[in-house]
Design a binder for this molecule. Structure first.
Ligand SMILES: [Zn+2]
Length: 317
């Protein structure tokens, strides 16, 4: 009989949960708001409600949870969360395991996304690949010889905080000039609004700043708006540069691009690949394929569920 596990993506605004068979078939899906990130009671209440809604009659084998920020995997502790303030040195795995009496594992959200790609997506059968999520932040995870590369404290893969400009824009992490600060969704929007203020023309110039978001700018770019195209190309340049570091350091067979901004890759491919070609070494460059994730937002919950299932089977997640 097929083993069933629960996969949860505990996000800053939304909790997404699935009930999944070992072969990747999703049997049920539940979404709920995360609630006030400062209230332990509220967030845990919502998380437990999602798990209960997915439980049904028969007992799942395990629960896997992905959440943002560094997770000390060995100790099953969320070290710090960018959007849920009480998750600070917080033993989330043990708390959920205690509540439901089921084997539970927690892991960083981008790392479970990479596991989703490894088991069910573009990473299937690929021993060495990097997974990069592009959105309001830039996340990364590395699979080496078929396993997640964790580093000594499970913080390996933080591509978003590679410094790409000395003394560049300030990042949420407190450093200056990080890839994320220069190229993620908010940077695209800021660059666009700045250029409008400086008198550059665009088909969006009659809108108020509040009405202009990354999706709107992407739409304008697809209608050949020069300024909109330019800000996406600027972001894509930094992505190409960041990916060249991955290629030179890791020699991956694939780089899988996911996250919300992957929807706008059509506007960025040429610049990403052109920059990558300029800055990667020729030999590893010939061996890498850059692809867009086909799992989209599902990668995280699929990977989280499979992590739990493998844990219950006594296999390495
Ligand atoms: Zn940073």
């Amino acid at each position: 009989m097929s083993i069933v596990g629960l996969g949860i993506d505990l996000g800053g605004t939304k909790i997404k949960g699935i009930r999944m068979e070992e072969n990747g078939q999703i049997l049920a899906e539940v979404n709920a708001p995360t609630g006030n990130g400062e209230s332990e009671q509220e967030v845990l209440g919502n998380l437990f409600a999602v798990i209960e809604a997915l439980w049904r009659d028969d007992r799942p084998a395990a629960i896997g949870i992905g959440c943002a920020g560094p997770v000390d995997f060995a100790r099953q502790v969320v070290a710090i969360s960018p959007n849920i303030s009480f998750l600070h040195e917080y033993p989330l795995g043990a708390i959920v395991q205690e509540r439901f009496g089921l084997p539970t594992l927690i892991e960083n959200d981008v790392k479970v996304g990479a596991l989703g790609e490894l088991y069910f997506g573009e990473g299937k059968g690929v021993s060495d690949f990097a997974f990069v999520t592009m959105g309001t932040g830039m996340g990364g995870a590395i699979v080496h010889e078929g396993k997640l590369l964790r580093g000594v404290g499970n913080a390996a893969g933080e591509i978003g905080h590679l410094t790409l400009e000395q003394f560049g824009l300030e990042c949420g992490c407190g450093k200056l000039g990080c890839y994320e600060a220069l190229a993620a969704g908010p940077a695209i929007r800021r660059h666009f609004l700045y250029a409008l203020r400086k008198g550059r023309r665009s088909c969006l110039e009659t809108l108020t700043p509040e009405e202009i978001d990354t999706e709107r700018i992407a739409e304008a770019a697809r209608e050949s708006d020069e300024l909109a195209l330019e800000v996406f190309r600027t972001s894509a340049f930094y992505t190409g540069l960041a990916l060249s570091y991955l290629v030179n350091l890791l020699n991956p067979a694939k780089i899988i691009l996911g996250g919300g901004m992957a929807q706008a890759l059509d506007l960025m491919w040429d610049t990403i690949l052109g920059t990558l070609t300029l800055h990667a070494l020729d030999y590893p460059l010939r061996q890498v394929e850059v692809v867009r994730s086909k799992l989209g937002n599902e990668a995280g919950v699929l990977g989280a569920a499979m992590m739990g299932i493998r844990h219950a089977q006594g296999r390495k997640p």
